[in-house]
Design a protein around this ligand. Structure first.
Ligand SMILES: Cc1cc2nc3c(=O)[nH]c(=O)nc-3n(C[C@H](O)[C@H](O)[C@H](O)COP(=O)(O)O)c2cc1C
Ligand code: SF4
Length: 405
């Protein structure tokens, strides 16, 4: 976020004056595969939620289907996870940054076409993306023979229509092809057969925003931030009961306590911390025993928690875990596309059983255990990751706050 609030997001000259498009120049002077090696060396991991190695994904995409006539980059700018508003900040405040990252990514995998799939309600992000693309074409950063090289790239903005599921990469590809937003069965993965059946690199906006900086400063510089296995910085979005809710860029490895106290101004009204929901609805509840844990992909996973998209929803003892869990489960019920039975029926059952709990079910413990078992069956049998998600908030709520439920 080095340019956020410092440059005019609609001025390509401001972006260039701040060092913009230097990463692209540097990349174009290298072999495409050397750019991928730089990403591998930097250890950049996807910021969309799964934390998969960006370098590996580029490597797979660049090496698959050598006979295919076309390769694509798809920028995931759907940002549908509750509590997450980090990509919006980049798209509104520094649109050339992730556009430059997209161009470099396309060069590295030899793609000649890219789509930026933005959620339709993000009007300003859409407007700024279009303006940035127009300006980049005018300056020779897009189009034919970019900056005098033999690399061509066309970029287009596509709009989502409000479906959470369309943020899931394979569903997004269906939507991009003009079809209904239903998920595809994996494999094949997008790297092998993505949009229009061609090898496709799908990356999140924040992931791509890191790419120009790695090109300019190098992998060792990048690795000087964060931890060994989770290098770099991350934008965390804090909401709920903190003094200053908002987006904060911090090194991976910061603790939850530091995020709340040092960046977000502490707990609102001085109330005690009770819980945080990490990673949004498809995330996990944690209690105060996790306040000093490092916020990295691996550390949280080892503790059965999630970093996800970087959403942190903070609660005090005034807040009801039941209500928040209910919101999460109702969200999944609403967003379930209905294609497969475990999720279509399971999300409804979970909501109904949670209501029974609220109404004072006699066999509370039994019912809770039944809900966890149902969510586990959903996780094992659902067609796509949406049906595999309710187990996360549910199990963690039961683990830390079963007394309250
Ligand atoms: C239901 C669902 C919704 C998702 N929504 C988003 C989203 O809005 N933005 C995003 O970048 N990734 C989202 N993802 C993750 C993508 O499927 C994918 O992992 C990501 O775009 C890959 O990019 P990355 O490697 O740069 O993180 C979602 C996943 C699921 C299962
Ligand atoms: S798991 Fe849910 S969202 Fe995914 S295909 Fe099945 S019904 Fe649709």
């Amino acid at each position: 976020m080095k340019n956020t609030g410092r440059i005019d997001p609609e001025s390509i000259d401001d972006y260039i004056a701040a060092g913009g498009y230097e990463g692209l120049r540097k990349a174009l002077a290298m072999e495409p595969y050397s750019v991928i090696e730089e990403m591998l060396g930097a250890g950049l991991r996807g910021r969309g939620g799964a934390g998969f190695s960006t370098g590996m994904k580029k490597k797979f995409t660049s090496q698959s289907c050598q006979d295919c006539p076309q390769r694509y980059v798809v920028v995931n700018a759907d940002e549908g996870e509750p509590g997450t508003f980090k990509d919006r900040v980049i798209m509104e405040q520094d649109p050339h940054l992730y556009l430059e990252g997209t161009i470099i990514a396309a060069y590295s995998i030899k793609a000649s076409r890219a789509y930026i799939y933005i959620r339709g309600e993000y009007y300003k992000s859409v407007d700024r993306a279009r303006k940035a693309i127009d300006a980049a074409y005018q300056r020779g950063f897009l189009g034919k023979g970019i900056l005098g090289s033999d690399f061509d790239l066309e970029v287009e903005v596509m709009l989502g229509a409000g479906s959470y599921l369309c943020g899931e990469e394979l569903t997004m590809l269906e939507s991009l092809e003009g079809k209904r937003g239903y998920p595809r069965i994996k494999p094949p993965f997008p790297a092998e057969a993505g949009v229009f059946g061609m090898p496709t690199l799908v990356n999140n906006v924040e992931t791509l925003a890191n790419v120009p900086l790695i090109m300019v400063h190098g992998k060792d510089w990048y690795r000087s931030f964060g931890t060994e296995r989770s290098p770099g910085t991350k934008i965390f979005t804090l909401s709920g009961q903190v003094v200053r809710p908002g987006h904060y860029e911090a090194e991976l490895g910061i603790t939850l306590r530091q995020l709340i106290d040092d960046l977000a101004g502490g707990m609102k009204g001085g109330r005690p911390f009770k819980a945080a929901l990490l990673g949004g609805a498809a995330g996990t509840f944690v209690d105060s025993s996790m306040l000093d844990e490092k916020m990295t992909y691996d550390n949280l996973r080892e503790k059965d928690a999630t970093l996800g998209s970087g959403a942190v929803i903070v609660m005090t003892d005034d807040d009801s875990i039941y209500d928040i869990l209910c919101n999460c489960l109702r969200f999944f019920k609403h967003e379930s596309c209905g294609k497969c039975v475990p999720c279509r029926v399971g999300t409804t059952m979970l909501v109904e059983n949670l209501k029974k709990l609220r109404n004072g079910s006699k066999n509370k413990d039994e019912l809770l255990q039944q809900m966890v078992r149902d969510a586990e069956v959903m996780a094992a049998t659902s067609l796509c990751p949406l049906g595999q998600s309710p187990i996360l908030p549910l199990k963690s709520a039961v683990r830390y706050f079963s007394d309250e439920l």
